[in-house]
Design a protein around this ligand. Structure first.
Ligand code: FAD
Length: 333
């Protein structure tokens, strides 16, 4: 009856799954697809079956062929040029914008990684639409769920823009599995390549430890570690004993006990491992924002009233300087 009384409700017509065509930006390094792209693909597949993946790089063919085999990819666009090799947003943003303009995608999707976060707001600006970031669920082609206030509230946002530009929180979606048949591929439309910036060099830390973003186990240390030496001796040793990745609170990072790249929280990485062990971390909301979706949370803290215990499944009230070596020894056996 509502439709009969207000027919314009129907005629106004928000996008339906049939109208949706999505362009997924693929992030890759050293000829491997980044795992967060697989999560973003699952999100993109919730919009419709029509997902085109864009792979750019100096030699993107290998990655493009891998991408074509993932379930949910219906076509692969390849942008082959030296300028795309190092992920510079200044050339990726016009590439996405001009690909959208020529092929009329309704949705542009990337993962909410440093790469995606750098590029997608620029793409939205070039297309003169709003950007919807850190999406954790997709309700419909124009309605998205995302955390606000450092994860303390969840907002449902509806975008009326004709093109939706989204970044996806990887931990909120499972990775897309391998498919049965390879999707076809073709060259991406030509695009401007402004020479605003130039890649000079990068210094990367080499580590045999698991990646924070995909690790099943994480051991994280806080201000209570008191020095880099203690952090190495206690946190890294415990993590290595159980094959875990290492994280740190912002206080630990700011005090120089561990590197900025492993900060967990609102202004660091967002993780959701099977088990997260917080050692000497108080549990400030900004820290919790980055780890509260972990399946099992355990904490070691000398203060029984530390807020971290409120969200922990297991808590040990103890001095970390005795508890961590003991735990490490026990786990070794
Ligand atoms: P503290 O709060 O000092 O806690 C140390 C804990 O160790 C205490 O609970 C204490 O009881 C315990 N302790 C002390 N000695 C021992 C011992 N011997 N054995 C066992 N336990 C012991 N923080 C983040 O972590 N990540 C972020 O991304 C982040 N972003 C922020 C963004 C903004 C805008 C702001 C304002 C803050 C942000 N913060 C972030 C900072 C956050 O508010 C806290 O200051 C920080 O998380 C505290 O780190 P901590 O728990 O290591 O230190």
């Amino acid at each position: 009856t509502l439709l009969a009384v207000r027919p314009n409700l129907v005629l106004r017509g928000y996008a339906t799954a049939q109208d949706v065509s999505t362009l997924l930006l693929v992030e890759h390094k050293d000829k491997a697809i980044s795992s967060s792209t697989l999560n973003a693909l699952t999100a993109a597949s919730k919009l419709s079956d029509n997902v085109t993946a864009l792979v750019a790089g100096e030699d993107p063919e290998h990655v493009a062929s891998e991408v074509s085999k993932i379930k949910g990819v219906s076509k692969v666009l390849i942008a082959k040029d030296k300028v795309y090799e190092h992920g510079l947003a200044e050339v990726y943003a016009p590439l996405l914008a001009s690909t959208q303009k020529q092929l009329k995608f309704t949705h542009l999707v990337a993962s909410h990684s440093a790469f995606g976060k750098n590029i997608m707001p620029r793409v939205a600006a070039l297309l003169d639409v709003a950007q919807v970031s850190d999406v954790i669920d997709i309700e419909s082609p124009d309605t998205f769920v995302r955390p606000i206030y450092a994860g303390n509230a969840i907002a449902k946002v509806k975008s009326k823009d004709p093109i939706k530009v989204l970044t996806i929180r990887g931990t909120a979606f499972p990775p897309a599995p391998a498919g049965e048949t390879g999707a076809s591929s073709e060259a991406a439309p030509e695009s401007e390549k402004p020479a605003l910036t130039e890649w000079v060099s990068e210094e990367l830390q080499k580590s045999d430890r698991p990646e924070l973003g995909t690790a099943a186990k994480i051991v994280s240390g806080g201000r209570a570690l008191k020095s880099r030496e203690n952090f190495d001796k206690l946190i890294f040793k415990l993590a290595d004993t159980i094959g875990a990745a290492v994280g740190g609170s912002r206080a630990a990072v700011d005090s120089g006990y561990c590197d900025n790249a492993i900060q967990i929280g609102q202004t660091g990485k967002v993780v959701a491992p099977e088990i997260y062990l917080a050692v000497g971390i108080s549990g400030a909301i900004q820290h919790i924002a980055g780890m509260k979706d972990s399946k099992v949370i355990a904490a070691i803290n000398s203060d029984p009233d530390a807020p971290i215990f409120q969200i922990s499944d297991y808590g040990l009230v103890a001095d970390l300087f005795t508890a961590v070596p003991e735990l490490t020894e026990k786990l070794k056996k």
